[in-house]
Ligand binder design. Structure first.
Ligand code: UDP
Length: 253
C-alpha cells in the first residue's frame, strides 16, 4: 500500500525548456510523454496538480524586445506562446486519461476557459488537472511569477519547480562553473540576497512573503515529482524555515 502523499495540492512549474527535451526549439513528444506520466502518477495518488507552463521553447518577450520590438507586444506574444504549450500538455494528459482544463489569463475562449480562481479550485477538487496558461496576463512578468501567484491563489502547499540539466540550486551557475556547490536547502531570503537562480526575484519575493516552499528538482529523473509528493528530500528546498526544520505550509486551507 502506497504511503499517504505529503501534499494534497501542488503547483508544478514547467518552463518551456522542460518541454523541449533535447531539441533546440519547440516541444519534444517523448519529453511531453515523460512529463504526463509523472503528472498522472501523482494525480493517481490523489494529489491535486495545477501546472503553470512557460514558453521559452517557443518565444520570450525579452528576445523580441532585444530585436527592437515593443516590449509589451513581445510579452503578449510570449503569453500566447504559453497557450500553445498548455494545449499540447492538455492533449497529452487527456491521452493518458487525466481530465484536464486549461485556464487562460488572456481571452482565448475557443480553446481555453478564462482564468477564474474559484473555478480553478473547483476543477482541482473534482480531480481535474488544471493548466494555467498566459502567465499572469500582464507584460513585464514571467511565468515564474504566474506560478507563485497562482499557487498562492489556489492555496497550493508547494511549488514544484522543474529544471533541466541541474539537480536543484547551486551557489553559482554549474554550466559556467563546474565547481559550483549544490545547496540542498536554502531560505527564500538567502536565495534573493545571493542572486541564486531559483526563479526570478519578483516570484521569489512573493513566495517569501507568503511562506510558500519551493522544491527545485531535476526534470530528467522521472521519479522526482512522485518522490517530492511522497515527502522524500529531492533537489533543493527553498523555504522560510532555517535548515533542518520541516517546510510545510500550515493553516492555509
Ligand atoms: N510573459 C509575460 N507575462 C507573464 C508571463 C509570461 O509577459 O505573466 C511572457 C514573457 O515575454 C516571457 C514569455 O511570456 O518571456 C514566456 O514566459 P517565460 O519566459 O516565463 O517562460 P519560461 O522561461 O518558463 O519557459
Amino acid at each position: 500500500m502506497a504511503s499517504e502523499p505529503r501534499f494534497k495540492r501542488v503547483l508544478l512549474k514547467l518552463s518551456g525548456e522542460a518541454l523541449m527535451g533535447s531539441l533546440e526549439y519547440g516541444t519534444d513528444p517523448a519529453q511531453i510523454e515523460r512529463i504526463t506520466q509523472q503528472v498522472r502518477e501523482v494525480h493517481d495518488r490523489g494529489v491535486e496538480v495545477a501546472v503553470v507552463v512557460g514558453a521559452g521553447n517557443i518565444y520570450r518577450g525579452l528576445e523580441g524586445a532585444a530585436e527592437g520590438m515593443d516590449r509589451a507586444t513581445a510579452d503578449y506574444m510570449g503569453m500566447l506562446a504559453t497557450v500553445l504549450n498548455a494545449l499540447t500538455l492538455q492533449d497529452a494528459l487527456e491521452k493518458v486519461e487525466v481530465d484536464t482544463r486549461v485556464l487562460s489569463a488572456m481571452a482565448v475562449t475557443e480553446v481555453a476557459e478564462p482564468y477564474i480562481r474559484r473555478r480553478a479550485i473547483r476543477h482541482l477538487e473534482k480531480g481535474r488537472t488544471v493548466i494555467f496558461a498566459a502567465g499572469t496576463g500582464n507584460p513585464f512578468f514571467t511565468t515564474d511569477t504566474a506560478a507563485a501567484l497562482r499557487a498562492l491563489e489556489i492555496h497550493a502547499e508547494a511549488i514544484l519547480m522543474a529544471k533541466s540539466g541541474v539537480e536543484g540550486v547551486y551557489d553559482a551557475d554549474p554550466s559556467l562553473e563546474p565547481d559550483a556547490t549544490f545547496l540542498p536547502e536554502i531560505s527564500h531570503r538567502e536565495a534573493i540576497e545571493r542572486g541564486l537562480r531559483v526563479m526570478d526575484s519578483t516570484a521569489l519575493s512573493l513566495c517569501m512573503e507568503n511562506d510558500l516552499p519551493i522544491y527545485v528538482f531535476n526534470m530528467a529523473d522521472e521519479r522526482n515529482i512522485d518522490r517530492i509528493v511522497r515527502g522524500e528530500r529531492v533537489g533543493t528546498l527553498v523555504s522560510s524555515k532555517p535548515a533542518g526544520e520541516p517546510a510545510q505550509r500550515v493553516g492555509t486551507r
